[in-house]
Design a protein around this ligand. Sequence first.
Ligand SMILES: [Mn+2]
Length: 495
Amino acid sequence: MIWLPTGRIVGSLLPRTPTCPSGLRSFNGVYSMKVVDNETWVMDQFSSCELKHKKRTERLQTVASNMLACPEASLPGQNTQWKDLKAAYRLFDRPEVTHAAVCQPHWEKTRATRPGRYLMISDTTDVDHYSHQATTGLGMLGDGKGRGMQLHSCLAYDCHNQKIVGQAGAMLFYRSKAPKNESRTQRLKRTREGCYWGEVVDQVGPPPEGSQWIHVFDRGADNFESFCHLAQSGCDWIVRAAQLHRNVLDHEGETKKLCDIVDDAQLLGSYELNLRSRPGVAARTAKINVSVATVTFVPPAHRSPYVKQCGVDEVSMRVVFVQEVDAPKGVTPIRWVLLTSLAVETFEDAWQVIEDYEHRWLIEEYHKVIKSGCSIEQHALRTADRLEALIGLISVIGIRLFELKLLGRTEYKTKANGRVPSSWTKCLAILRPNLKVQGLTVYEFFRELGKLGGFLGRKSDGEPGWQTIWRGYRKMQSLLDAMKLTGQIKDEIRG
Ligand SMILES: [Mn+2]
């Protein structure tokens, strides 16, 4: 079967025509979310945190509200009253206030998915605290000069409603320096980074009745241990293969290299992809073949303690090869090798797997939001333990910011009225007196908010950036606070 869709999109393996004016990839449906005001949202997320004292949970909510009002500021910038700042520091200093304790209610809320199909997209990111030399307990980053920790988080994405559900689980870990003359066995014992993927799979757990969860992992997760966790999780998976030269069993049980399986894989179809020019690479139309085979993974020679005791001897799955053919000389042909538990019989099935994998930009964007939007790396606390709890708080706040960001870019048909808090529209009307706020769609609402933050909105300007929208949002927030003080707007708790 040869299937040749027409279309043009760059940075994606799938040609498709975006219907969203911002051209934001993979979001061309309705993003159905009602935005509640900050107070209600904070209460929903944090009021059931178990911190061993009611007052502590209340303080966490205050710190969270202050953070949401100006997420990019430091703790002193967010808690401008001395007593609030001291209370915030005291809060993070408590042994009960841990990363997991802060995030637990949010994780549980996220995991209680309604029946449907969900992607569980995970990735690891460095949280660099190099500039804070005084902080103790940090690990190594990069080439050994950086100091900080690694955040491994799992983002749940609702395929049907095309929206972020929340963070379903996360872990923080520290990398240690390699000792001199380290042996292979010692190194395998020390670097356990590949295993965090599996540990987060266990933490996230099995889906509730009627939900299908598909873990979407990049090449970092391609190890036998991850597949053992996945096979026992009750979830499906799509993992991009990293080790193409590893030995696997083909459908006849013969040992072969993974990359050689492609020769006998079943060709499902092919398509053409227009690629824009990049520095050093000319624009081209790539012809891409999609084929599928069944493979069985067997334990490696060096088995980790987990693999030894978990009772999984082999894991069978499909492998989808996305391979550019007849690539011009001198360019690296496009190649994606995706390992999946999903049934792949037809071209459409394979298409679905590729499309699911392409949602990985969401986790990268989420990590960007918490790192630049919430300045996660700017916070100076004295010990790594305190930072961990703060990172937990920021990860949950980041979900809210990320949702708002996506919302502004997708709901270009729905009216803002009834979707965003009425106090927000009221404020926008005051700040932009010539604007008719009543008929605005959600998309236009966030665009106008961007204009408050300095977005000019000329034809050639494209879409307002995240930071610009946020500047506008903060102007609106200040007015909102003032109006609440003077009694012009009542607190919209549960509103
Ligand atoms: Mn990664």
